[in-house]
Structures are given as C-alpha cells and as structure tokens.
Design a protein. Structure first.
Length: 221
C-alpha cells in the first residue's frame, strides 16, 4: 500500500469519526511493539503497521448519524456499525489491496476467540493471527482512552483494562495474544506510548511509517 494513501485515508477517517490522531498512533505503536517483540521481519512489521492504521477504515462508509452519535447505539444502529469490518475489507479490495495481513485485520479485528464476534463468527485459529493480536490492542486502547463517562484514567485505567483482558483470555481473546501483550505491558514497554500519545496531548496526524521511527523514545536508539 502506498504510504501517502494510507495517511490520506486515516486523516479522512479521523475527521469523520471524530477520533483522535493519538488513537491511531497508539494502536500503531502497540502493534509495532508486539511485532518487534516477536522478531518479525521488517517487511512484515511494515505491513502490520499499515493494517493497524487502517483497521477502522470501513467507518468511512458508516453514516455520520450513527458514527457521531453521542449516546448509546440502538441494536439496529449497532448492526450497521458492525458492517465497518466488511465495508473496510471491500474498500481495500476495491482499491486493489490484496495483502492478506491488511484485508484480514480490517475484516476480522472484531472476531472473538470463542466465535461470538463479527462479522463472520470465526473462532480460534481460523481468525487471522494479526486480527487476533489486534483485538487485544484495540480493546486495551478503547478501555484506556479518555471518555466523558469514564472515572478512572491513567495508571488505574491501564491496570483495570489489563485485568479485564486477562479475565477474557481464552473466551474473547486468543490466549497467546493476551500473554504476549501482558508481558510487554508488565515490562513497561507501552508506558511511553500511553503517556506521550494521550488524548489530551496535541499530537500530529498519523504520518506513516517513517514518522514512527522519529517518535520512538531515545532509549530505543
Ligand atoms: Fe473496529
């Protein structure tokens, strides 16, 4: 995928979805940390980085009235929201994207290990590996983002999110994905990402892979 196209699509989504650039940066950097910890090839890390940045790209095709609704969605609205997975998949395929990592992650990032997720109700190892790992990343970030209704923030929110994810190990989440995420969390690998790219800080829009290297902390070399 062409980096400029990824950036442009992510920017469009941030405007439409009212989500923050910080969210994109965080999920991209968590994903990259996991991939690097697994010693994956540089080329695979790059593909995973794009896939993470584009995970919710199907929301471009969801009506604003649903996407930007401040309150809870009705059941009917939630059914429409769920189609962001298949719409995103179709969108990428329509652009000629055929990287199985990107199209698989976009389509399957809301599947659950126990088969109760969407859009296809896949279970266990039939869920693409990248999507199984990204499900943990996306949930952790959702649970630790600043929301008007959330009382706990910062360290307490992160700890609570980690405990909730561990409690759903083997039901909602793939056991190996939880274990690897947890070991990086315990090692403090994610701390700088959460503190630097928090929802109150003004961070530049997602700017692609080269910029990811620029924002790595000095200790990473
Ligand atoms: Fe999503």
């Amino acid at each position: 995928m062409i980096p400029e196209v990824v950036q442009a699509m992510v920017r469009l989504l941030e405007v439409k979805d009212l989500s923050t650039a910080a969210h994109t940066w965080r999920v991209v950097l968590y994903t990259r940390a996991l991939a690097e910890d697994a010693n994956l090839d540089r080329a695979i890390v790059e593909r995973l980085t794009y896939a993470a940045a584009l995970h919710d790209i199907g929301k471009l095709d969801i009506p604003d009235a649903i996407l930007q609704k401040p309150g809870k969605l009705t059941d009917e609205e939630f059914e429409v929201m769920k189609t962001h997975t298949t719409l995103g998949h179709d969108h990428l395929r329509g652009m000629g994207e055929d990287d199985p990592i990107a199209v698989g992650l976009v389509r399957h990032h809301h599947e659950r290990w126990d088969g109760l997720g969407y859009p296809d109700g896949l279970s266990g190892e039939s869920i693409p590996l990248a999507a199984r790992y990204f499900a943990v990343v996306d949930s952790f970030d959702a649970m630790t983002s600043i929301r008007p209704y959330r009382a706990t923030i910062g360290e307490r929110a992160a700890q609570a999110a980690m405990e909730e994810i561990i409690a759903s190990r083997g039901s909602r989440y793939a056991p190996d994905a939880v274990d690897r995420f947890r070991s990086l969390y315990d090692a403090g690998t994610f701390d700088w990402i959460r503190s630097h790219f928090n929802d109150k800080s003004q961070v530049p829009g997602y700017a692609g892979l080269d910029a990811v290297d620029l924002v790595l902390p000095p200790s990473r070399g």
